[in-house]
Design a protein around this ligand. Structure first.
Ligand code: OGA
Ligand code: NI
Length: 364
């Protein structure tokens, strides 16, 4: 049975006002089984559509970054070729031997878990939807825009304009882990942009000269165990409004990538990181690289954590980006107009996560 729009908005508001997110619902059930509130239940047409998709045993490529720092080495050349293939065909790849120690990854994930599980009052203090607030906690940034809410809470760390985070604003339980992770990530992201530049047939520092690596934002996701994972999602299908996204996930799994119209499970590999091409790099690459739809399922028995780092380039002062000249040729004419990251992001956040791709706004 559906609910009226008025009732739905009331229920969304009541949930939002608790400031406790989905974890609060689980805690309130105190070990008893939680019935999923209606606001989280996916519309029937969406559930039916899912059943039409085939399953596949294809796997998201794994790329070994061992030796890539050695410019001109055969290991690097191989990695560039693999990055090219994966970015063209999948929009997604996993990297191993990427140089970030396991301990740094583990502590980042532990920090996110502790933030969500330790101190209810602190979480409430962070709860906000204020765009001006750079470090904030909430459940479903698109709560009032989406057709159904996701079974997920998120701590957001926005460094789009500041390029760094002021440590004092970070929750103390995950402060050091976050700073440490962000520091290590910098070098990896630089390396990735070098490999991506070469994979596009450009000079090694091409994307770096465009300052693609600059603005970053972290979404630290917490997906409580979900009593009815077949009725709701951890995160609805979407593409990312980034140049690239680096995703750290724990051992639970649930992420799926849409590949040739089939959902592919991205199974966790201990110590690996997931990299995906976002909308902005699809535009700059003039459609050579693909920003691919993905989502995450809930898990019936286990709580999952993940940390997405969106790398978004320069927002202020406004910088104009567009398809890279070298990639506009007779065979592949210009596919997009120029844009500013700020406009793109504003458009992205003014719609529900699973609405049509933001690429339509700039497609020629
Ligand atoms: C995201 C995202 C997937 C995950 O935050 O954009 O796609 O597995 N997350 O948490
Ligand atoms: Ni995403």
């Amino acid at each position: 049975m559906g609910i009226s729009q008025d009732d739905r908005i009331k229920q969304l508001k009541a949930f939002d006002d608790t400031k406790l997110g989905v974890k609060g619902l689980v805690d309130a059930a105190a070990g008893g089984s939680v019935a999923i509130p209606k606001i989280f239940i996916r519309p029937a047409d969406e559930l039916a559509q899912d059943l039409e998709l085939a399953r596949t045993s294809l796997r998201v490529p794994v790329i070994d970054l061992n030796g890539v720092d050695d410019n001109g080495s055969s290991l690097r050349e191989e990695a560039v070729e693999q990055v090219k293939q994966a970015s063209e065909k999948w929009g997604f790849f996993r990297v191993i031997n990427h140089g970030i120690p396991m301990k740094v990854l583990q502590e980042m994930l532990n920090g996110v878990r502790e933030f969500n599980e330790k101190d209810v009052e602190m979480k409430k203090d962070y709860y906000s939807r204020d765009p001006e607030k750079l470090v904030k906690f909430n459940s479903n940034y698109d709560l009032y825009l989406s057709r159904s809410a996701n079974w997920r809470d998120t701590l957001v760390i926005d460094m789009l304009n500041t390029y760094d985070v002021d440590p004092q604003y970070l929750p103390s339980v995950c402060r050091n882990a976050t700073l440490d992770y962000l520091n290590h990530l910098k070098k990896l992201v630089d390396t990735l942009f070098e490999l991506l530049s070469e994979a596009l047939g450009l000079e090694t520092n091409h994307l770096k000269l465009l300052e693609c690596e600059k603005g970053r934002s972290l979404a630290c996701n917490y997906y409580p165990a979900c009593p009815m994972p077949e009725q709701t999602l951890g995160i609805s299908k979407h593409t990312d409004a980034s140049f690239i996204t680096v995703l750290l996930q724990d051992e639970v799994g649930g992420l799926q990538v849409l590949h040739r119209n089939q959902w592919v499970d991205v199974e966790p590999i201990p110590g690996a990181l997931i990299v995906n091409i976002g909308d902005l790099l699809q535009i700059l690459s003039n459609d050579k690289f693909k920003s691919v739809i993905h989502r995450a399922l809930g898990n019936a028995s286990r709580t999952r954590t993940s940390v997405a780092c969106f790398v978004d380039g320069v927002s202020t002062p406004a910088k104009v980006y567009g398809p890279i000249e070298e990639l506009i040729t007779k065979e592949s004419s210009q596919m997009y107009t120029d844009f500013t990251v700020r406009d793109y992001i504003i458009k992205f956040f003014s719609r529900g996560l699973d609405e049509k791709s933001g690429l339509n706004h700039v497609r020629i």
